[in-house]
Design a protein around this ligand. Structure first.
Ligand code: GRF
Length: 197
């Protein structure tokens, strides 16, 4: 296969609200020769999101919109994405539920990562609920975004064992480190590529 260079990679925007550890892993992945995507824009609803730091570190454009007026913010985001030729969106800890109208404009082109084995534990506090229910396994899921929260077609999942003395914190840590591997792998999968080690 011909090597993908910066100019022919699929331009991608990552949406974040917090720490941005998945953003960081996606950026690192995008810089490898094997990556079909480049990260060209970071969008956040939170001006204090720690992950925005990666915009400076990796020289990637960023914009923050409050999303208080969701319709207005989304129309500005759509304008920017179009202007920057963005073809794929990766939600990575983005804490706003995007509208049907927005999803329609990027149909089949929005991915999300969720810290549970979907369809189990959609929504928030996944680890807390998994532990409360004495689950033996948890994990993470990368899926396409559709109109229903955390319900789109699953691309890849990683299952991990929950230990006897597992805490919410230890579980969150374990799952997050798997997320960092799973998201790039899922992207390779949708482009019919395989990870080169
Ligand atoms: C991750 O656990 C992700 O699955 C969830 O929010 C968290 C974001 O973490 N949607 P980070 O900001 O990527 O570090």
């Amino acid at each position: 296969m011909a090597q993908l260079t910066g100019s022919n990679k699929v331009k991608t925007a990552v949406f974040i609200s917090g720490k941005g550890s998945n953003l960081k892993s996606l950026i690192k992945f995008s810089l490898t020769k094997n990556s079909p995507i480049s990260i060209d824009f970071i969008i956040s609803n939170n001006s204090k999101a720690k992950g925005l730091i990666y915009s400076n570190i990796f020289k990637i454009k960023k914009k923050v919109f409050s999303f208080k007026d969701q319709k207005l913010s989304e129309s500005k985001v759509l304008y920017i994405l179009k202007k920057n030729n963005i073809k794929l969106i990766c939600l990575a800890g983005f804490m706003k539920i995007i509208s049907k109208n927005f999803i329609r404009k990027f149909k089949g082109k929005i991915l999300n990562i969720h810290p549970s084995l979907l369809p189990k534990y959609k929504g928030l506090n996944t680890h807390k609920r998994a532990l409360k229910n004495k689950e033996k396994y948890s994990g993470c899921t990368v899926h396409f975004v559709n109109f229903k929260l955390d319900s789109g077609k699953i691309i890849l999942q990683k299952k991990i064992k929950i230990k006897k003395n597992e805490t919410e914190n230890s579980l969150a840590k374990k799952v997050l480190s798997q997320e960092h591997k799973l998201y790039p792998k899922a992207i390779l999968k949708i482009f019919n590529l395989q990870r080169k080690s």
